[in-house]
Design a protein around this ligand. Structure first.
Ligand SMILES: Nc1ncnc2c1ncn2[C@@H]1O[C@H](COP(=O)(O)OP(=O)(O)OP(=O)(O)O)[C@@H](O)[C@H]1O
Length: 269
């Protein structure tokens, strides 16, 4: 479906069945500073890939390049290529709104709109005006159930979203992302402002959701990465140090810097 929607705007590069995203020689500068340095990696489909690394290493810059939100940053320039479902997304002519419906994003702090809970779930859906009242209700119900929020809010769908707790707001943001039916969900430290119980609820949800979605999750929290990651990408000072299955990188990392980081003995790159 993604392929069909983006095809008119993109050149076909290649198709690799199990790798939904491939990043090749990605380099990003902001003004004169090089933020990412020759990053090459691939993201397997229907798995959770956690991007880990010290503060300022470029994790957010990397994840934000995957749906081209970085384009908005003043002074940014990008080289290299990102291939999504076999198609290059770096083409200047691609429809970014369409790309971002296929690659949804959840931010560090819950970002609810000053609207009702139900309106927040429906917010990003294209052609909303053509959807019946009943269908809108069904979409809200389905996606609130997917994030285990339905029972808590079914009786107050018309309340303002801001009246929810922070953990509930973050689950609502995830429901809003799911409602646009993306293939990939990018999450940039989505639990860092939440209490441990809300954070665990989101971790459990991600593990359930990976059956239907590919999840790319930036986290500062190594314990969290250990609990949920199928794959790890370790970056440091803008460079990719190591990537691979989480079980291998945690038990037997190839690189001494990775070893120091995953065993909490890390000092500096
Ligand atoms: N808009 C910007 N303008 C200038 N420099 C920026 C901008 N955004 C990020 N940077 C710089 O890019 C580098 C990487 O930042 P980024 O936010 O990607 O790192 P991070 O690994 O996600 O950090 P953290 O874990 O602390 O959130 C940092 O040195 C940061 O100062």
């Amino acid at each position: 479906m993604a392929e069909k929607a983006l095809k008119p705007m993109l050149s076909v590069v290649e198709k690799t069945q199990d790798k939904i995203i491939q990043i090749k020689d990605l380099q990003i500068w902001i003004n004169e500073s090089r933020i990412l340095n020759n990053i090459t990696l691939s993201i397997p489909k229907n798995e959770i890939t956690c991007i880990i690394g010290p503060s300022g290493s470029g994790k957010s810059t990397l994840i934000r390049s995957i749906n081209r939100i970085n384009d908005e940053v003043p002074g940014i320039s990008t080289q290299g290529e990102i291939i999504f479902n076999g198609l290059s997304i770096n083409n200047k002519n691609i429809d970014l709104a369409q790309l971002r419906t296929q690659i949804g994003m959840v931010f560090q702090k819950p970002c609810v709109f000053p609207k009702s809970i139900k309106e927040n779930v429906l917010f990003g859906i294209p052609h909303l005006k053509k959807i019946s009242k009943l269908e809108k209700f069904q979409i809200a119900e389905e996606n609130l159930k997917a994030v285990s929020l339905w029972k808590e809010v079914a009786h107050r769908l018309h309340d303002k979203a801001i009246s929810l707790s922070l953990g509930q707001q973050q689950r609502l943001c995830i429901a809003r992302t799911l409602a646009i039916k993306p293939e990939v969900i990018l999450l940039d430290e989505p639990t860092s402002s939440l209490d441990p119980i809300s954070a665990r609820a989101i971790e459990d949800m991600m593990v359930r959701l990976k059956k239907k979605y590919t999840i790319i999750f930036v986290t500062h929290n190594l314990q969290q990465a250990k609990r949920i990651a199928d794959n790890l990408v370790f970056i440091c000072d803008g460079k990719l140090i190591e990537q691979g299955p989480a079980s291998k990188m945690l038990s037997c990392p190839s690189n001494p810097e990775t070893k120091a980081y995953v065993t909490d003995e890390y000092c500096e790159c």
